[in-house]
Design a protein around this ligand. Structure first.
Ligand code: EPU
Length: 419
């Protein structure tokens, strides 16, 4: 078993370069199944969710050539199978994008029920509603989802909840459908825009991504023959911004899209931090103890749930009492009991947690309960006096490239140790 051993009490200073976005990459890779050709994807993050996505594409007949650590060429001319291996698809959440892509390309799709972080109930009713509206018959049984259609025909789909995954899945299925699909009450996250940009670069006709109405005019074919570069990871950038605040540090975050981080910047300013930005980089620093702040997680452009645990660490040591309301996932406060082992004073009940700021944290053995909880506990270990041992690294490796190396470069004392 691997663990991170963190000797804390460090102020983080220096430069960090942000990788390509996990949640864009894991949608763009299955989206290549809609192309009858060859394309190149650059700025892919080197994380385990990307590796497994590539492995699955290969089992379906895609030919993948790694050009460099972050760039691949994918040839999807000979897709021979529309049924993804159940054991592989159930390893991560984003495997549900294979449904939209495979039904779009082959009119037949099968994937295992998606796995991923345990954040409470993760229904897929809106994905199914969208695919059925386009003409697919969807069956969920025996741990798998099967979708079949004679043809897909564009229509209007109103999303009952704002869902990133369902918005992207319907966009994928509608790209090669006959006629026009309109998604109303669509999610607006940066990775939705990125997937639409990718598809449009390959020949799709998608308008309005980034607003709550997306219009997809079905096209006959996506041609490929182009290189696409994945957008920088909003959540990784936000993680380092909040690490600067929690450690009273000074970090220059390079290769980020600053406007994707406006909601985080606003909270950092409220907490007494400083921000300087110039379009693709942000300097974040603070010279004193952060001030309390209240947070409510919301769909983009609201404060992202995927940064809630990381800001929770800064609030755990802030001056005053802060409140966080989690409105996306029902079980995203599991990290608070781990933080309490380190001396934090947090009480979480249902959708709300109360953070009574303490002056300092102290090292302890802690367990990453999910991906973002893992990043938060790593930051907590850097803040804390003494030694923290962080376990369950598989969660962190799913979504952060070289995380300990990136933190080491800005001053953290972290070692990965195999027990
Ligand atoms: N929901 C439904 N029905 C559906 C789909 C979603 O009720 O059919 C509900 C969910 O239960 C949740 C809300 O709608 O309460 C939003 O869920 P959404 O579908 O937007 O989440 P997701 O697509 O499964 C993606 C990210 C998550 C991130 C959420 C919210 C990927 C692969 N995952 O999940 O990222 O928390 O959007 O922004 O893009 C992470 O990266 O750590 C992570 C968990």
């Amino acid at each position: 078993m691997e663990k991170l051993v963190i000797n804390g009490g460090t102020r983080l200073t220096g430069e960090v370069t942000i990788s390509g976005a996990k949640n864009a990459a894991v949608a763009i890779l299955p989206a290549t199944l809609l192309i009858d050709g060859v394309c190149t994807i650059d700025n892919l993050p080197n994380i385990s969710d990307v590796k497994i996505s590539c492995d699955i594409l290969q089992t379906l007949g895609a030919k993948i050539t790694w050009i460099s650590e972050h760039e691949i060429e994918i040839d999807t001319r000979d897709i021979s199978c529309s049924r993804a291996p159940l054991d592989m698809t159930s390893k991560f959440r984003a495997s549900y994008y294979l449904l939209g892509s495979l039904i779009g390309r082959c009119k037949d799709a099968q994937v295992g029920l998606p796995g991923g972080c345990n954040l409470g109930a993760r229904p897929i009713d809106q994905h199914i509603k969208g695919l059925e509206a386009l003409g697919a018959k969807v069956d969920v049984s025996q741990g798998k989802i099967t979708a079949k259609a004679k043809k897909l025909v564009g229509t209007s789909v109103y999303m009952d909840v704002v869902s990133v995954g369902a918005t992207i899945n319907i966009m994928l299925a509608a790209t090669l459908a006959e006629g026009t699909t309109i998604i109303e009450n669509a999610a607006k996250e940066p990775h939705i825009v990125d997937v639409a940009n990718f598809l449009n670069t390959m020949g799709a006709d998608i308008r309005g991504a980034g607003t709550d109405v997306i219009k997809i005019n079905g096209v006959k074919k996506l041609k490929g023959n182009t290189t696409y570069s994945v957008v920088p990871d909003q959540i990784e950038a936000g993680t380092f911004m909040l690490a600067a605040i929690a450690t009273k540090g000074d970090i220059l975050i390079k290769n980020c899209v600053t406007e994707h981080l406006d909601c985080v910047s606003a909270k950092i300013l409220e907490m007494g931090g400083n921000i300087e930005g110039d379009g693709d980089s942000l300097r974040v620093w603070i010279n004193k103890r952060p001030q309390k702040a209240n947070i409510k997680t919301l769909p983009y452009p609201g404060f992202p749930t995927d940064l809630q645990p990381q800001i929770g660490v800064a609030l755990a040591i802030a001056d005053g009492t802060s409140y966080i309301t989690e409105s996306i996932w029902e079980s995203r406060f599991q990290y608070t009991s781990e933080l309490n082992k380190m001396g934090a004073k947090i009480s979480a009940h249902g959708k709300t947690a109360v953070f009574e700021g303490v002056k300092t944290l102290s090292g302890a053995p802690v367990y990453a309960t999910d991906l973002r909880a893992g990043a938060a506990l790593l930051i907590a270990g850097i803040v804390a006096s003494g030694t923290t041992e962080l376990y369950n690294l598989n969660h962190i490796d799913r979504g952060y490239e070289n995380i300990e190396e990136k933190f080491r470069k800005i001053g953290a004392n972290i070692q990965r140790v195999t027990e």
